[in-house]
Design a protein around this ligand. Structure first.
Ligand SMILES: C[S@@+](CC[C@H](N)C(=O)[O-])C[C@H]1O[C@@H](n2cnc3c(N)ncnc32)[C@H](O)[C@@H]1O
Length: 283
């Protein structure tokens, strides 16, 4: 049975986004709909636009929110300006982006996101687009793989790991990738495995390109005073959000600019351990 996804820092996020009862809140990464559901209940007279890139997650969200004040759209959050215009929505008074992948995706072996379960090496949020990880890696040089692992996974042993990956001619399953990583590192392989799988996932989905496009256009569909909350899980994306809220002519950082989950939440939800909530306000 699917274990579901626990929304991170739900109270802080809902208070921050819904305190002024906005007419429209955008949840740009609706996932299992945990935050969407709480936001929808907090603004009974308002509307939630729930965007989700993964078609199978979107299908479940559409069923879940049928007949409520939530509109579910299967797309990338980079398409928010067009979605708002096409649906005749007002400018958003709140927006949430909970970056990365959901526990539901991680716990589904056939999606290939986890080094803990056997499955095809895919890792795409939307399997109708782009190339699965196995194909992408086969087309890359050892140096390109090493650079990706270093940059997106912040893994210092990127070169030896990339060499082992290139030596593994099969590379069709999560087990093939995990074995390559394990053969390259000494000691406990859990951290390098997590970092390499994270790096390849970010690469396969072009996650930082999507984030950059989102940030460069966010002023187009947010109303003055709009509260924006972003949950980040590694330093590259966190740095991008921080610089945007600090330096953009359209946004300022909230005071305080970020929060961390409580110890109790981290104990209860392992995925919360690396999370940071960044808060910005549209000028
Ligand atoms: C961490 S989960 C969100 C969980 C959600 N907040 C909840 O409470 O259930 C991130 C979700 O964002 C989706 N996603 C990733 N990149 C996206 C993008 N560019 N546009 C829209 N959704 C995206 C993933 O498919 C995943 O379902």
């Amino acid at each position: 049975m699917e274990r579901g996804h626990l929304p991170i820092m739900p109270t802080e996020i809902v208070e921050y986004l819904c305190a002024s009862s906005p007419e429209l809140v955008v949840d740009g990464t609706s996932g299992g709909g945990g935050h969407t559901s709480l936001i929808s209940r907090a603004i009974p007279d308002g509307h939630v636009l729930a965007i989700e890139r993964d078609p199978s997650a979107s299908k479940k969200l559409t069923e879940k929110f049928n007949g409520t004040n939530v509109t579910v759209i299967n797309s990338s959050y980079t398409e928010t300006p067009g979605i708002i215009e096409e649906n005749g929505f007002p400018q958003a008074g709140g927006a949430l982006f909970d970056l990365g992948l959901s526990s539901i995706q991680l716990d589904t072996p056939e999606r290939g996101f986890s080094h803990r379960t056997s499955g095809p090496l895919d890792m795409r949020f939307d399997r109708s687009q782009g190339k699965p990880a196995s194909e992408l890696l086969r087309g890359m040089t050892e140096k390109q793989i090493a650079d990706a692992i270093y940059r997106y996974g912040e893994e210092g042993r990127s070169r030896v790991i990339a060499r082992a990956i290139k030596r593994n001619s099969r590379l069709l399953t999560t087990d093939d990738l995990a074995q390559a990583v394990q053969s390259a590192v000494r000691g406990n392989p859990v951290k390098p495995l997590a970092r390499v799988f994270q790096a390849i996932r970010i690469l396969v989905n072009g996650e930082l390109d999507h984030l950059e496009k989102l940030l460069s256009e966010m002023h187009l569909w947010t109303d003055s005073g709009c509260h924006v909350a972003v949950l980040t899980f590694h330093s590259l994306e966190d740095g991008m959000i921080k610089r945007h809220f600090r330096d953009s002519e359209y946004f300022r950082q909230f005071d305080p600019p970020w929060f961390l989950p409580s110890l109790a939440e981290k104990r209860n939800n392992p995925r919360a351990r690396s999370a940071r909530l960044r808060l910005g306000v549209r000028l």
